[in-house]
Ligand binder design. Structure first.
Ligand code: PA5
Length: 471
């Protein structure tokens, strides 16, 4: 089967107008290759279970080979493999409930949301069950501390009313690698009470409707044991939260939504192979990293706009915002990531991108083919809007004109742009995209001497919040 890979073209960025020679990327090639070698040897070091030298710690390099490892295990062990077990849990839940509440925050939530928005029906929770291929609705909580939002969800869940029909029944997937994150834990406790009531206090039934995804020890692990949850999944050792989308953290919610998780992993594995073998100039990961690095260091463009052309990519962009910000925003370094959705944001942020400070590099993310038939404007007897002359134009035609028009305007004003092109939005392509961004983030970390793993800065607020709450 021939695989269509995503492509990256930095032509609108590597220009003398931006202070960059045409061969700037080629000149950076030795450094990019060295950073790639370091990332590959980090992955090997981690896989071999060797002691990690102090200057490398923490080293959560396990995400890199995870897709290949899960796929190999699937081929070898079949129904005993983790992929098959995830699939079986997802299918069981789909038969038993009509809503799954995913509890998690940061890396334990954003990937699942990105997959839902990119690959499922755009009105997934609103359409009838048949149009969701018989899969449950998905809700996300435990990703904030918002009383009224939680109360609203409790309304939707029937406030603990005993549920006998599938249409009223719901389940919880609670995801926390550490198992101790307060936002997620508080939401879990509140909803567990309601779920217990909705099961008529049947402890065995309750246990089957709670699927924890956590580490191999910790508070959530212990609680799951006490509840007697028969199915539990683990965030593998050496896979950091924001790098965990292709573990059970993202795979279980994806399988519940009915997505093909094998294809997702195959996309990521294809990106791994491309990353390892393609040269600078043809390597999506290295070229993206190199071009962003050059424009930042040589022209001061430290605001990285992911300019998505399609609203289904917004949550993918937010997932990437977290990945980049939490990985490289250290030691007073790291570009500022910002996701925008066009054409919506051309009417809000567009002015600033066209005429504001020259501190931005714009990466257009375009999608080759829609999933559905293109809709035409159509002819009307009421031509007051004067659209009859555009009657044959479709929504993709308008989006294409907007994309080209916007980029022409950027070029005319010497605003640096690059293009990341996705052939379509499906699991294989999304697997490539996630792996590409994770690899690019760690390569950039090695290039600029920042450890991309760990997030020591996040601890400060947690420490203060806990101290305030417990005094
Ligand atoms: O990337 C990270 O490690 C973080 O964003 C975590 O995912 C987030 O803080 C949630 O942590 P946990 O899964 O331990 O609840």
């Amino acid at each position: 089967m021939s695989i269509e890979l995503i492509t990256y073209n930095p032509a609108g960025l590597l220009l003398p107008e931006h202070g960059l020679a045409e061969d700037a990327l080629a000149n950076l090639a030795p450094k990019l290759q060295a950073a790639r070698d370091e990332v590959l040897s980090d992955a090997k070091l981690w896989a071999a279970g060797e002691e990690v030298p102090a200057e490398k710690q923490p080293l959560d390099a396990g995400f890199h080979e995870l897709p290949d490892r899960l796929l190999a295990e699937y081929r070898e062990l079949g129904p005993e493999s983790e992929i098959a077990r995830i699939q079986a849990t997802a299918d069981r839940l789909a038969g038993e409930v009509d809503r799954v509440v995913v509890l998690g925050i940061g890396g334990s939530y954003m990937g699942a949301r990105a997959l839902l928005e990119a690959c499922c029906h755009p009105y997934y929770n609103e359409v009838p069950r048949a149009e969701r291929s018989g899969r449950p609705r998905m809700s996300f909580e435990g990703n904030n501390v918002d009383n009224d939002a939680m109360q609203g969800l409790c309304d939707l869940l029937g406030r603990g009313r005993e549920a006998t029909e599938v249409a009223d029944r719901w389940a919880i997937v609670v995801i926390s690698k550490s198992g101790g994150t307060l936002e997620t834990a508080a939401a879990f406790r509140i909803l567990l009470r309601q779920l217990r009531a909705s099961c008529g206090d049947d402890a065995a039934q309750l246990a089957k409707l709670v699927i924890p995804v956590t580490g191999t020890s910790g508070k959530l692990f212990d609680l799951a044991g006490a509840l007697g949850c028969p199915e539990m999944y683990h965030v593998p050792e050496g896979v950091g939260g924001r790098f965990s989308i292709l573990s059970a953290v993202g795979l279980l919610p994806a399988a519940i939504m009915g997505l093909d998780i094998v294809k997702l992993l195959e996309g990521a594995a294809a990106m791994n192979e491309h990353f390892r073998s393609a040269a600078v100039g043809e390597n999506v990961v290295l070229d993206y990293t190199g071009a962003c690095h050059l424009i930042e260091t040589q022209r001061g463009c430290d605001v990285r706009l992911l300019s998505t052309w399609g609203k289904r990519l917004e949550a993918v962009g937010l997932w990437y915002d977290q990945l980049l910000a939490e990985s490289l925003g250290k030691h007073e370094q790291g570009a500022l990531p910002l996701t925008i959705v066009n054409t919506r944001d051309l009417h809000s942020r567009g002015q600033q991108h066209q005429e504001g400070k020259r501190d931005k590099v714009i990466t257009n993310v375009t999608i080759g083919a829609c999933q559905r038939e293109p809709l035409a404007i159509g002819r009307s007897e009421h031509n007051h809007d004067q659209l009859n002359e555009l009657a044959d134009k479709t929504l993709p035609d308008i989006l294409d004109a907007a994309t080209r028009g916007t980029n022409q305007a950027y070029q005319e004003d010497n605003r640096p742009t690059a293009d990341l092109h996705l052939p379509q939005l499906d699991e294989h392509v999304l697997g490539q995209v996630f792996q590409m961004f994770m690899l690019a983030t760690v390569v950039e970390g090695r290039l600029i001497g920042i450890n991309p793993y760990g997030q020591p800065g996040v601890e400060a607020y947690k420490k203060n919040m806990n101290a305030i709450l417990r005094t």
